[in-house]
Design a protein around this ligand. Structure first.
Ligand SMILES: [Fe+2]
Length: 494
């Protein structure tokens, strides 16, 4: 009898164990697939010493929860969850963080959490490290992964990067499928640092709200624009403005006014701008009206406000100018950097742009790639092939008081180093120096633009752009048409 009782208890225990295990494994397998957070980012949002923005998506509508180690839940505020293109967007903001601290965090719902991420807050001193990339512009899983490899190499080169500027064109067509592939490749990297995203012209094709629905950014003091966002922030002893170049084909008069006020409202030592489209380029987009217009409009603000560095993307090659002021060489001018592409779509030089749309005397460094063809500009020997220069481009910026050090690198597609790792080549390096403590804030009032003011400003902006397009761009373009035709026939490039 005792034997039968023990056997029955054993069978019951085994059945209970099988049932429970089955139930648990079902819950573990099914719930994360439905409700796991994806497209996760932590972004600059307001005061970089104490605030961060969070954004993530879920496939179904869930509650929102950000948990930051050592931070009381009352310091995190949430926006209402909303449906966007079939998924659910979650946004939250953390305030009251301590300056100069590393925080570990997760996002998601009460029941399903993300992997652990980490970010740091600005300590406010005059030392700062960040990464700058641009133009992953991928469609396929393979090409997103190549872009992610580039950013991974950037983190291995600068492990202490406090944030990453991505100067736009995250995807090619800005579809759900592409943003899902972006998330698959980039979420684990975005969990490693803070992002300062820039709207590119591919970041919302057809459905323009994509960009603002993917990142939680503070645009409260910016002029409002269409098809992207403008914002600015202080970090260390630098003030950084991010511009949207998708409105009215580059920058509207309202944006230029906002930028000027923004740059005059800081006493930080370093003034930096990041934007997608670029004024100075020898790439395929250099022939369109935007670039030349930026050479005439953006540069005026940069000159007036003493902007030190402008970081752009869009034209898929690396180009650095010598310091320029008044669109001329000047030792105390602004350095313009076209950041190169972190992805695998690369543009060769359009020689017909030389000395028409781009004064080649202004070029300090140039790294161009296409297919198996890579080279750097050294003034004359332009056609030397350098296979180590074919790969994803990333850049690092370090500021120490009055010294800014910039480095550009290529992660080679094919070549490996002595350890069998993909070769990283330092393709450009420069420093800027300045006397600190000299900048004064000369603009101290409200810099926002009302909706009415913005829409009324569209008319004069449009007139100014039309006058420029027909008076400046078109004659320049027509002048180089014979050289363009020659390029199309002999080099198959336009
Ligand atoms: Fe672009």
């Amino acid at each position: 009898m005792k034997k039968i009782l023990l056997s029955s208890i054993s069978v019951l225990l085994v059945l209970t164990l099988i049932f429970c295990t089955g139930t648990l494994s079902f819950a573990d397998d099914a719930a994360p697939a439905e409700d796991s957070p994806f497209r996760i980012s932590v972004t600059v949002n307001g005061d970089t010493k104490s605030e961060k923005g969070f954004c993530w998506y879920t496939k179904t509508s869930t509650d929102s929860l950000v948990e930051i180690e050592g931070v009381d839940a009352s310091k995190i505020t949430y926006e209402d969850v909303f449906e966007w293109e079939g998924n659910f967007c979650h946004k939250a903001k953390a305030s009251g963080l301590e300056p100069g601290r590393e925080y570990k965090y997760t996002v998601g719902s009460k029941s399903v959490r993300s992997a652990q991420g980490v970010f740091v807050t600005d300590d406010g001193d005059s030392s700062l490290d960040f990464i700058a990339i641009a133009d992953v512009q991928a469609s396929s899983a393979e090409n997103f992964e190549k872009g992610a490899d580039t950013l991974r190499a950037a983190f291995s080169t600068m492990p202490g990067a406090e944030f990453v500027i991505n100067a736009g064109d995250f995807t090619n067509d800005s579809t759900n499928e592409e943003w899902d592939l972006y998330a698959s490749s980039f979420d684990s990297l975005n969990l490693r640092s803070t992002l300062a995203p820039v709207a590119g012209n591919h970041d919302g094709l057809g459905v323009w709200n994509w960009f603002s629905n993917l990142f939680n950014l503070d645009t409260s003091e910016s002029v409002q624009v269409l098809n992207g966002v403008n914002y600015s922030f202080d970090y260390g002893n630098a003030h950084i403005a991010v511009l949207n170049t998708n409105d009215l084909f580059s920058l509207s008069l309202a944006q230029l006014k906002w930028l000027k006020n923004d740059m005059n409202s800081t006493d930080k030592d370093w003034k930096i701008i990041s934007m997608h489209k670029t004024p100075y380029t020898l790439g395929k987009d250099g022939k369109w009206p935007d670039a030349l217009y930026l050479q005439q409009s953006l540069t005026k603000v940069a000159d007036e406000c003493g902007v030190d560095l402008i970081l752009s993307g869009h034209d898929h090659q690396y180009l650095r100018t010598k310091p320029l002021k008044g669109n001329k060489l000047s030792d105390d001018g602004t350095t313009y950097v076209l950041l190169g592409t972190a992805g695998s779509k690369r543009y060769e030089v359009r020689k017909f742009l030389a000395d028409s749309f781009m004064n080649t005397d202004y070029i300090a460094a140039l790294t161009v790639q296409r297919g198996d063809y890579g080279n750097t500009w050294n003034g004359k020997d332009f056609d030397t092939k350098k296979p180590e220069n074919v790969g994803g481009c990333f850049n690092t910026v370090s500021i120490e008081g009055g010294k800014l050090t910039f480095n550009s690198y290529i992660l080679s597609d094919e070549m490996t180093d002595e350890n069998g790792e993909r070769l990283i080549t330092n393709t450009d390096s420069f420093t800027l120096t300045k006397e600190t403590g000299k900048n004064k804030a000369t603009f101290t009032v409200d810099n926002t633009t009302s909706e009415a003011e913005y829409y009324l400003g569209i008319v004069p902006s449009f007139c100014a752009l039309a006058a420029y397009a027909f008076g400046v761009w078109l004659p320049t373009f027509l002048w180089i048409v014979p050289r363009i035709l020659d390029s199309v026939i002999n080099e198959d490039t336009f």
